[in-house]
Design a protein around this ligand. Structure first.
Ligand code: UP5
Ligand code: MG
Length: 194
């Protein structure tokens, strides 16, 4: 028999759509390993010997997208360091460049099951991140100025990627503006048969 490839679900949606929150739920119930591209980048930025710390910091504050070579390598390392066979990749791919970088490095080595799209109204996204910032998240991008830029990047760069996956019939969309429990019960329906 041949070894089966690791299975991947991309989890996409605007800033504060609830990607991290719902990924934790999916991990608990369905046994995936959660890899947040943003968390991996923030961890890399915090390493005292990172060559990319400043670059990453600038992109995060501006809501722009870190060069794909960096992000892809961090995701690949995390996948290789894990014995798991099912991964949620949260917040990636975010633009065309990310997509191409993924396809030329890791794409063929995994099975993409589907894309979970947390579709959340802009004002709700902003409200949630502002609230998190006010509660002391410490995130350099939980302020109105960065948030406006994060939204622009999401609309201009990330939405076309979601559209691209939609044309391939790979998108499972949930209404993400509802409360955590209601969003979660919709997500359960999408995962329970895989
Ligand atoms: N919350 C969650 N769900 C809720 C609900 N249903 N009702 C009410 N409140 C809800 O949630 C955000 C906040 O809302 C929390 O306080 C939560 O309790 C509450 P969370 O689950 O954290 O949402 P999430 O979608 O994960 O929001 P996040 O802020 O992490 O999204 P972003 O996509 O903006 O951030 P990410 O970390 O992915 O990326 C940050 C930056 O890194 C990017 O802007 C970019 O500069 C860089 N980046 C790259 O360059 N490349 C990448 O591949 C990835 C990131
Ligand atoms: Mg997140």
């Amino acid at each position: 028999t041949t070894m089966s490839k690791p299975q991947v679900v991309f989890v996409l949606g605007g800033p504060g759509a609830g990607k991290g929150t719902q990924c934790s739920n999916i991990v608990s119930k369905f046994g995936f390993v959660h890899l947040s591209a943003g968390d991996l980048l923030r961890a890399e930025r915090s390493k005292s010997d990172s060559r990319y710390g400043e670059l990453i910091d600038t992109h995060i504050k501006n809501g722009t997208i870190v060069p794909v070579e960096i992000t892809c390598k961090l995701i690949q390392n995390a996948m290789e360091a894990s014995a798991a066979n099912r991964f949620l990749i949260d917040g990636f791919p975010r633009n065309r460049d990310n997509m191409i970088g993924w396809n030329t490095t890791i794409g063929d080595q995994v099975d993409l099951l589907f894309v979970l799209f947390l579709d959340c109204p802009e004002n709700v996204c902003i409200e949630r991140c502002m609230k998190r910032g006010a509660a002391g998240s410490g995130r350099a991008d939980d302020n109105l100025e960065s948030l406006k830029k994060r939204i622009v990047t999401f609309v201009n760069d990330s939405m076309p990627i979601i559209e691209y996956f939609k044309e391939k019939n790979l998108v499972k969309r949930v209404e993400a503006g509802k409360n955590v429990e209601d969003v979660w019960s919709d997500i359960i329906e999408l995962f329970k048969n895989i």
